[in-house]
Design a protein around this ligand. Structure first.
Ligand code: C2E
Ligand code: CA
Ligand code: CA
Ligand code: CA
Length: 279
């Protein structure tokens, strides 16, 4: 009923009250989940064309709930941001991802990915001393700063001064900065003038219809032009088919990520990804 009545949905309703309670309950559960080690980090390959070498991996968090099963980060990251738990959870994710790549480097040598890319929320970035926290994690795990990238969205930067300062400090450390979901916000382009970005992650929405719609191809081409004109690298996200990969390659994209190359998993088989890319 709430759906049909539209505006009425914003007034108090039992359903809304329930949702607020749900969020509070979820928040408390997240705290307990962190203490009970129910979070996992999975890794999705970012491949480099033409050979399909796994250039980097993106770290993505998962919650293995004891009876609800795998809970999507889209469902719990916003709650963790609201109740502040994202700071502790985010540090744990960062530490786990850095430790993982350090181990791959030790085990695989030059066959290891060059970099791990970690999503960082506005709330983390805006906290004083965030860059020092990252520096400490790098020192503890022995991962060189150049092997780490942070993925931020525009909302992170709009948190204002402290977030921008943190980005400059991270860059000073040698950490790379990727602008996530590029092209979806209101001032993506303006942002490039104030934030020290290395990489643009071109949003999946521009990849989705690239083979069916000339308009989408034109936009994808404009975005790669912007990136190379500014001396940045571009990663196309959400590549699901060989046709999309071929179209992106023709437009000049060298770095691709998506289910076509591999889903996020705990322990990707990098050789398999390479074989798939060559096929
Ligand atoms: P994102 O950073 O844009 O991550 C990409 C999302 O797209 C991931 O969903 C990934 O599994 C999914 N994806 C990758 N390739 C494909 C594809 O070919 N097709 C489709 N349909 N989807 C694809 P996931 O892991 O569910 O994460 C959702 C969002 O949650 C992320 O979007 C990010 O904003 C947030 N998130 C995930 N992990 C973290 C984290 O560790 N920290 C923070 N702060 N946010 C995170
Ligand atoms: Ca991301
Ligand atoms: Ca993204
Ligand atoms: Ca996203």
């Amino acid at each position: 009923a709430a759906k049909r009545t539209g505006a009425a949905a914003v007034r108090w309703s039992p359903a809304l009250d329930e949702r607020a309670t749900d969020a509070a309950r979820l928040g408390a559960e997240l705290r307990a989940a962190l203490d009970a080690s129910q979070f996992r980090v999975v890794y999705q390959p970012i491949v480099e064309l033409p050979l399909g070498r796994v250039k980097a991996v993106e770290a993505l968090v998962r919650w293995e709930h004891p009876y609800r099963g795998l809970v999507s980060p889209a469902a719990f990251i916003p709650v963790a941001e609201q109740n502040g738990l994202i700071v502790e959870l985010g540090d744990w994710i960062m530490r786990t991802a850095c430790r993982r790549l350090a181990r791959w480097r030790a085990e695989l040598g030059p066959a290891a990915p060059e970099r791990v890319s970690v999503n960082v929320s506005a709330k983390q970035l805006a906290r004083p001393g965030y860059a020092a926290t990252v520096a400490a994690i790098l020192a503890d795990t022995g991962l060189p700063a150049g092997c780490l990238a942070v993925e931020i969205t525009e909302t992170a930067v709009f948190e204002g001064g402290p977030a921008v300062v943190a980005l400059h400090e991270l860059r000073e450390l040698g950490v790379r900065i990727a602008l996530d979901d590029f092209g979806t916000g209101h001032s993506s382009l303006g942002l490039l003038q104030t934030v020290p970005v290395h990489t643009l992650k071109v949003d999946k929405s521009f990849v989705d219809n690239i083979t069916a719609s000339g308009r989408h191809a034109v936009i994808a081409e404009a975005l790669i032009r912007i990136s190379s004109g500014l001396g940045l690298s571009a990663v196309a996200e959400g590549v699901e088919t060989a046709e999309q990969a071929a179209a992106l390659s023709r437009l000049g994209y060298r770095y691709l990520q998506g289910y076509h190359f591999g889903r996020p998993v705990a322990d990707p088989d990098f050789e398999l990804v390479r074989a798939l890319a060559a096929a």
